[in-house]
Structure formats: structure tokens, C-alpha cells
Write a new protein. Structure first.
Length: 385
């Protein structure tokens, strides 16, 4: 057996395979009953009235941003610590993203900094639960309500998570999930919009299906897209969801094992999870403490990869991505908390079927990599540590 441990791996059982094959035996490969059932299940999980399945989390965000009527001249507050799609959906509409720094514990938009960024042009907030962590979402919902701003919740990493018993995906006007293969639940590719707003529901349904309104196949009410999800993808996601409790239990166990093995490592900062939070565990991210130099994290990643351990630098700050710098004019130093944390954070192998033995090997390899970095040429701070 290979000694490689991937960063992520889908968890596909015979149930998923059977579900997809069953669809192949029917005449309906798209826009069918499996999709409708998936929409119902996801809406119920998020405590929402409507679910609209689409081809990706990015498509979901795009539909929501358009249904919100965002456009040129609007400002939308968002986080720099995310996958780029949460900002791209703002840019797609011609609106301008306004980045607000993050809270160092939750890694999410810092509610304490948010109000200072609100201007007369602010129309909306795109909030992201980074690494599936809900921190700050309740305060941000209140700020949005107080200022009459539209709240869009990007829950692409947090399907099934809760705060104070309330599901993520239930905040704001509309929320969305991603079913990309590294997520808790995959459809191969896919996304889901959930909302209580029937107008949003109707607009998003039109947008995903070439602007069609209802079943009139060649009548197009507005400019739309092909953001449909096929019945095959829907069947895969639905079969995964039928095992959701088992999937989340395994991911919790994996996170628990990482905590147990890393808690005494004085060089690492582990995720902070409050008692009121129920995680569904998207990834397991750790941070080198502030005594490490920028660049040390990249060396740790390099050493882990050389040892066959999949890991990554989630997330490089969005405001420093070249096209954002060019378009928005953001610069290094604009969001110091995010920048400091992002350059020291790495995510470790994390997937539903990861074994205790694999986690042990990852942690041993991480210990060795950190020791090696401490002994390295730029390790003047070794004594300080
Ligand atoms: C926070 C966030 N938003 C949006 C997306 C986009 O989802 P998709 O890859 O399904 O388009 C992702 C995907 O990783 C994500 O993590």
C-alpha cells in the first residue's frame, strides 16, 4: 500500500455507486425528481423554505449576487480569508468588494471591525464560515439588520454545522453550500442555494436555467445561465446525505485525534472551537506560532509533501491575489491580521476515511518538519522558542 496520505479524498460507498447507476437506468438525466429531493433535504438541513441546486458553489454565489441586484456602484463587505469564489461573485456583478480584516481566533470577518467599513454605497455583506467555523455569524447578522444590509452567507465549507443549535445556511437572505469533492458531502461538482425568500428562489431558478420561467422551454424571461445540476450529481449528493451522520461522526473523530496528538505541540496554534459551536469539519488547519518567520510555513509544507503528506496553504489572502490587486488596488499591509495568519497556516490531510494511523503519521511528520525548520538557516529564533 502506498505510504502517501492525500490532503483530501472522497468517501464513495456502494450506496453512492448504486444511486448514480439507478439514475442511468432512467430516461431523466437532468431536471428530475432526484434533484427535487436533494433540494428538499438541503433546505430542511438549513432550516430554510427553499433549496435550489446548481452546478457549483460558485454558481450558487453568482446567482445569489445577481438575485440581490448587486451591480456597478455598489460596495459589498467581505472577508479576505476565503476561497476566491466568495469575492468573485461580487466582481461578476460589477460591484466592488471591500475587505475587512478577520478575527484571529475564528478566522472569519471580525464583527468588531465591520461597522467602520460601512459606507453610503454598501449594499451587502458576503460572510464566509472559513474552515466551516461559524464564529461571528450571529453578530454579523445583527449588524446587517441594524444597517439594513443584505446578508449573503457563504456556507460552502460548513454544511451541517451549527451555532447555538442553529444551522449554518440559515443566516441572511440566502446562503449556499458547495459539493466539490473535498467537501463534507460531494456531488462530484455541485452547489445549493437555500433561502426563505420566495422571490430569490424564483429568480435563482430562472438564472440557473437560461432565464426560463417555469416549463416553457423556449421562453426566456431574462439573461440566464446553464448552472443546472444533473440527476447523476444530485443522486451522488443525496446518497452521501443519507449517510450524513456517519460522515460527520467520522470527521469529528478525525478532528478529535488531531487535537489529541497536537495539543501539546508548543509551536502550533490549533482551531478554537467554543462550546456553543457544532462543527461538521471541512478541513483541519493549524498555524505556526508568531515566532516563526514568514516562509517557514512554506518550508514545512515542502517537507511534509516530500514525506508523502498532502497539505496546503489555505488560504492565501484574496486581497493579495494579482487580479484583485490590479482591479481593487489592495496592498500588502492592508489587512494585517489576515496576512499574519495566512502566511503561517496550513491544512493537513483530512477526509472522512482517514485512519488513526494516518493521522499519527501526519503528526509525526509535522513534528519532524517543524524541528527541521527550527534548525534551518533562517532559524535565529530557535533560542527564543
Ligand atoms: C468558501 C467557499 N466559497 C465558494 C466555494 C466555491 O465552491 P465550488 O468549488 O463548488 O464552486 C468554495 C469551494 O471550495 C469555498 O470554499
Amino acid at each position: 500500500m502506498s505510504n502517501q496520505i492525500p490532503l483530501s479524498a472522497p468517501d464513495i460507498t456502494q450506496r453512492e455507486i448504486d444511486a448514480v447507476v439507478d439514475v442511468l437506468r432512467t430516461p431523466t438525466l437532468t431536471c428530475g425528481p432526484v434533484l427535487a429531493e436533494l433540494e428538499k433535504v438541503c433546505a430542511r438541513m438549513a432550516g430554510r423554505r427553499n433549496g435550489i441546486a446548481v452546478s457549483s458553489g460558485t454558481a450558487a454565489l453568482h446567482c445569489i449576487a445577481m438575485a440581490a441586484g448587486l451591480g456597478p456602484g455598489d460596495e459589498v463587505i467581505t472577508t479576505p480569508m476565503s476561497f476566491v469564489a466568495s469575492t468573485n461573485c461580487i466582481l461578476y456583478t460589477g460591484a466592488r468588494p471591500v475587505f475587512v480584516d478577520i478575527n484571529a481566533q475564528t478566522l472569519n470577518l471580525d464583527p468588531a471591525r465591520l461597522e467602520a467599513a460601512i459606507s453610503p454605497k454598501t449594499r451587502a455583506i458576503v460572510v464566509v464560515e472559513a474552515f466551516g467555523h461559524p464564529g461571528g455569524i450571529e453578530e454579523i447578522e445583527q449588524i446587517a439588520q441594524r444597517h439594513e444590509l443584505l446578508l449573503i452567507e457563504d456556507s460552502c465549507q460548513s454544511l451541517g454545522a451549527k451555532v447555538h443549535g442553529r444551522p449554518l445556511g440559515s443566516f441572511g437572505r440566502a446562503s449556499c453550500f458547495s459539493f466539490y469533492p473535498n467537501k463534507q458531502v460531494t456531488a462530484g461538482e455541485g452547489g445549493m442555494i437555500v433561502t426563505d425568500d420566495d422571490r430569490f428562489d424564483a429568480v435563482c431558478r430562472m438564472l440557473r436555467n437560461h432565464g426560463r420561467d417555469g416549463n416553457a422551454w423556449l421562453a426566456h424571461q431574462r439573461l440566464g445561465y446553464n448552472y443546472r445540476m444533473s440527476e447523476l450529481n444530485a443522486a451522488l449528493a443525496l446518497a452521501q446525505l443519507s449517510r450524513f451522520d456517519e460522515i460527520v461522526a467520522k470527521r469529528r473523530q478525525a478532528a478529535h485525534t488531531y487535537f489529541e496528538l497536537l495539543i501539546d505541540n508548543r509551536y502550533l496554534i490549533l482551531p478554537t472551537i467554543d462550546g456553543d459551536t457544532t462543527m461538521s469539519w471541512y478541513v483541519f488547519g493549524v498555524r505556526l506560532n508568531d515566532l516563526f518567520e514568514p516562509g517557514d510555513r512554506d518550508e514545512v509544507i515542502r517537507l511534509l509533501r516530500c514525506d508523502g503528506i498532502g497539505c496546503s496553504n489555505y488560504f492565501p489572502p484574496i486581497h493579495l491575489q494579482p487580479y484583485i490587486v490590479e482591479q481593487i488596488g489592495t496592498r500588502q499591509g492592508d489587512l494585517p491580521v489576515c496576512e499574519r495568519i495566512a502566511e503561517r497556516t496550513l491544512v493537513l490531510p483530512f477526509f472522512t476515511q482517514i485512519t488513526q494511523g494516518q493521522i499519527q503519521r501526519v503528526c509525526e511528520s509535522l513534528d519532524k518538519a517543524i524541528e527541521k525548520v527550527l534548525m534551518g538557516p533562517s532559524a535565529g529564533r530557535a533560542q527564543a522558542l
